[in-house]
Design a protein around this ligand. Structure first.
Ligand code: 5GP
Ligand code: ZN
Length: 110
């Protein structure tokens, strides 16, 4: 845990979030400023700024959880993104995978 980290505060429950999955090692919640409806973040409970700061046993659950969310949502078109460092557009220094669903073609045309 890092005292000043927003995502550590979300893990502790000090900042509210819309949680969609939680296990011993992983938390997933809706992004506060979504790029599309259902945009979610999947984070390890272990604090670390970059992918390379996180132990393997914490990392190994993250992608399966992102895939589970996509499957549960019935998503067909989506991005999984993970930014490391300011130059790579990382704003929150606690590792996170973005799950960003895309509207399907019919919704997009509507
Ligand atoms: P980054 O640019 O670091 O990859 O993305 C950070 C993401 O965290 C952004 O999409 C931003 O909207 C989201 N975010 C920042 N603060 C909060 C917060 O307090 N709650 C939630 N749910 N999302 C947040
Ligand atoms: Zn943190």
């Amino acid at each position: 845990m890092a005292a000043s980290c927003i995502f550590c505060k979300i893990i502790k429950g000090d900042i509210p979030s819309m949680k969609i999955f939680e296990s011993e090692k992983v938390l997933a919640f809706l992004d506060i400023n979504p790029l599309s409806s259902g945009h979610a973040l999947v984070i390890p409970k272990h604090h670390g700024a970059k992918l390379t700061d996180i132990p393997d046993d914490q990392l190994s659950e993250l992608l399966p959880v992102a895939a589970r969310i996509a499957r549960a949502a019935g998503a067909d078109q989506y991005n999984i993104l993970q930014n490391n460092g300011k130059m790579a557009h990382q704003v929150v220094d606690h590792v996170h995978f973005h799950y960003i669903p895309k509207p399907n073609e019919q919704e997009g045309l509507g």
